[in-house]
Design a protein around this ligand. Structure first.
Ligand code: SF4
Length: 475
């Protein structure tokens, strides 16, 4: 979600005449898009702001802006703690950034603007996309759940759903620019439609994506076990371009802890969804998020998590050690666990999960996979002379391009020769290499730019009007 917001901030600033500078160059404007979900987000922000203070002293015309979840939470506190910050904007008004920079420059004082609810759906804003071959498409923002460890509902507000026609218009606009993979984004994609009264809207949306010519891969994140319905599984299985991949947060395998977390499904329901997904798509790769050491977690609770992990056979898991997020109910719950207890359980979970992932990855050896080449996926590619990308099930594959002139965005078919717990290797000559428009665009240094799709009409490339400086709520 935040990564896509950063694409929007880039698009907005570009439309306002700003130009990105190469990494390592001193910029005239620095924007921090913060995420309060991340551990130590506030320490990192104030540390980074501290590092920038001397640059601001050297160049008083430099502007520093802070947005995102942490800005929504800390508001004016940011300029109190770092008075050299020029602009603070929240999650509901990222479109105001260019106007706020302008106003701060003109008035020579910090501008803090936080709105309590969305004025416009963020997808109506321009976005400069990071990738030539894959794109994020928001289907909803906000969340109606109240998980006790999560700060999102208080910072992003209640769920707002985008009309299916608007979503599909943006998908088509991206595909028209050569994008071959989209990821539908929402805090809880399974409740999509709650705002316009259609409980089956998400499955229908997946099927509608299947009708978009040229769209080769559809992914989504994140589903919620509470709202997951069978029609979504059927849509995944029956729509050829929807990838057989599911990232479904578990958080805990203990029903008692799920209750404490205010996550209103139980482990049996979670496992039954997995069973149905595997029955419909035996090749599905299922991944998850798990929190270890939630307040009050007993060894018995933890064992229940290990049991669900064993039974689910995840191909990967993002595992987190619980840490307090100020402002969440769990932060003040009794039974906060000592670090060494959490660490020891965490290590056991990671060992188990790595074993399972490795076994599953070994089953891939000898199989032919289709990989979309990408950038930034393989740190050692330069040394190993490999390229990296994602298979249809989202597994990371490092592959030898052989004699083929493979560009990021191109599609290869190759045979897996080696498996590690977190990646696959394909060291033979690719069986096929397909040059794509995404590859052409990458080679030419072109990235898609969406001009905002708000009313069901693609306005690709057309900059929206500059947000007005007047009429903004200033707190
Ligand atoms: S479902 Fe829970 S964890 Fe996810 S965004 Fe909503 S409140 Fe947070």
């Amino acid at each position: 979600m935040n990564v896509h917001d950063s694409e929007r901030l880039s698009g907005l600033l570009e439309d306002a005449g700003y130009v990105a500078v190469p990494e390592g160059t001193t910029a005239d404007v620095v924007v921090f898009n913060t995420c309060a979900v991340r551990e130590n987000a506030d320490n990192k922000l104030y540390g980074n702001l501290g590092h920038l203070a001397p640059a601001k002293t050297d160049n008083p015309d430099m502007q520093i802006a802070v947005g995102g979840c942490l800005a929504q939470k800390d508001r004016g506190e940011i300029v109190r703690r770092a008075p050299w910050v020029d602009v603070v904007f929240g999650t509901h008004n990222i479109g105001s950034l260019p106007a706020l920079l302008e106003r701060a420059r003109h008035n020579r004082r910090a501008e803090v603007e936080i709105l309590e609810s969305l004025e416009v759906f963020p997808s109506t804003l321009p976005a400069r996309r990071d990738s030539a071959h894959s794109g994020w498409v928001s289907i909803s923002v906000g969340c109606n759940n109240t998980c006790t460890f999560c700060i999102v509902p208080s910072l992003r507000g209640r769920e707002r759903d985008r009309r299916p026609g608007d979503v599909l218009a943006e998908v088509r606009a991206l595909v028209a620019e050569g994008v071959l993979e989209v990821t539908l984004l929402g805090q809880n994609v399974n409740s999509y439609g709650v705002e316009f009264g259609d409980r089956l809207a998400f499955g229908k949306l997946l099927r509608a994506c299947g009708d978009v010519d040229g769209l080769e891969r559809v992914r989504f994140t994140s589903p919620h076990p509470k709202d997951f319905t069978d029609d979504v599984i059927a849509a995944m299985a029956e729509t050829p371009n929807v990838c057989h991949q599911l990232h479904m947060p578990l958080q805990s395998g203990s029903d008692r802890l799920l209750r404490e977390m205010r996550r209103s499904y139980r482990s049996a329901r979670y496992l039954s969804i997995i069973e149905k997904v595997r029955a419909a798509m035996p090749d599905a790769a299922i991944t998850t998020d798990i929190i270890v050491g939630f307040p009050g977690e007993t060894e018995e609770d933890f064992q229940a998590t290990l049991d669900v992990v064993r039974e689910s056979r995840f191909s990967g898991a993002f595992t987190f050690q619980y840490s307090k997020r100020p402002g969440t109910p769990a932060a003040t719950m009794p039974g906060q666990l000592p670090k060494q207890v959490v660490q020891e359980r965490y290590d056991r979970l990671v060992t188990l999960q790595n074993d399972i992932a490795w076994q599953l990855n070994k089953e891939q050896v000898g199989r032919t996979v289709e990989v979309v080449a990408a950038t930034g996926e393989g740190r050692k590619d330069a040394d190993t002379h490999r390229m990296s990308g994602r298979a249809r099930d989202n597994r990371l594959v490092h592959f030898a391009p052989g004699a083929a002139d493979v560009r990021p965005g191109d599609v290869v078919e190759t045979v897996i020769t080696y498996a590690a717990p977190h990646h696959l290797v394909a060291d033979g000559e690719p069986l096929s290499h397909r040059r794509t428009r995404a590859g052409d665009n990458h080679e030419a240094g072109l990235r898609p730019k969406t001009g905002g799709v708000g009313l069901g009409l693609p306005s690709f490339g057309a900059p929206p009007p500059t947000p007005a400086a007047e009429g903004c709520a200033v707190t």
